[in-house]
Ligand binder design. Structure first.
Ligand code: ADP
Length: 262
């Protein structure tokens, strides 16, 4: 299978250093303390956060800090063949690495004996779901107002037809040589997740790291924009009733009257 053509373009028309299209929306669920809906190429992800709240079961409590518990789950309808519902080794692995990445930025010592529960639901999957899920989970944590040292942003690089590429598509993930998901804290440059499935030469590894960290900075701007949009919308909604109340002001003699008649 030819994954990169003579013009140096990939099967979906992208250049090697080009991300798929990304859309991020924060605060999409009413019931959760924080939430995020994210589309990344053909991936559709919902992340929801509850807490900090008392950790149950009690034997899971840490008297010195909060526990960050991530549950990554792929919906049965997220892939072309029905996925067997429930946890499997892969989802347990992704849950674990995502918990560890978030634990690194959340100020857990502020909440001893508490738990922060993060749910990542993959509604539709098209390769790169661990990066999409972790990126959404970090936005949901920020939306829940959880104190963090910084955001977490995840992007994968890889090797396809001998060339280092960014953000592999499903065909590239299946037939390419290497998949290299990483997550960074954009504010500090710390790496909080790094996995590699396949081989790189030392030069290719440097190139992949640079490509993925550059792209992570672009995704970080989208995460911030999503949070900003969410709080601007909330501030506007809070201002509107106040403005409506303020409108008849100055007419105190009549404030018992029907405003439509007055
Ligand atoms: P990531 O989604 O982070 O790239 P993997 O490399 O393990 O993680 O998976 C690559 C892709 O393979 C997934 O995004 C998904 O599209 C597909 N996939 C994973 N698990 C299954 C499954 N049980 N059934 C069908 N497709 C799957």
């Amino acid at each position: 299978m030819v994954l990169i053509n003579d013009q140096g373009l990939r099967m979906d028309g992208r250049r090697p250093d080009q991300l798929r299209n990304i859309k991020i929306e924060a605060g999409v669920l009413k019931q959760a303390d924080g939430s995020c809906y994210l589309e990344w190429g053909g991936n559709k992800v919902m992340a929801a956060v509850y807490g900090p709240r008392e950790c149950h079961p009690r034997h899971d409590q840490d008297p010195t800090k909060a526990r960050v518990r991530v549950r990554y789950n792929m919906a049965a309808f997220s892939v072309s063949d029905r996925k067997r519902p429930g946890p499997d080794r892969r989802s347990q692995e992704i849950s674990k690495i995502s918990s560890e990445a978030l634990e690194h930025v959340v100020l857990t010592s502020l909440y001893p004996k508490n738990a922060i529960d993060v749910f990542i639901e993959i509604i539709e999957a098209e390769a790169g779901t661990r990066c999409a899920g972790l990126t959404a989970a970090a936005v949901a944590c920020a939306d829940a107002g959880i104190p963090m040292r910084g955001m977490v942003t995840a992007v994968a690089a890889g090797k396809v037809d001998g060339k280092v590429c960014l953000d592999l598509s499903r065909e590239e993930d299946n037939y390419g040589e290497t998949d290299f998901p990483i997550a960074i804290v954009p504010k500090t440059g710390e790496i909080v997740l790094l996995q590699q499935d396949g081989h790189f030469s030392p030069d290719e590894l440097d190139q992949a790291l640079e490509m993925a960290t550059d792209a992570a900075m672009r995704v970080y701007e989208m995460q911030k924009a999503a949070l900003l949009a969410r709080y601007q919308a909330q501030a506007q909604a809070e201002d509107e009733p106040a403005e409506a109340e303020a409108a008849p002001a100055g007419d105190h003699d009549h404030d018992h009257e029907d405003p439509e008649v007055a």
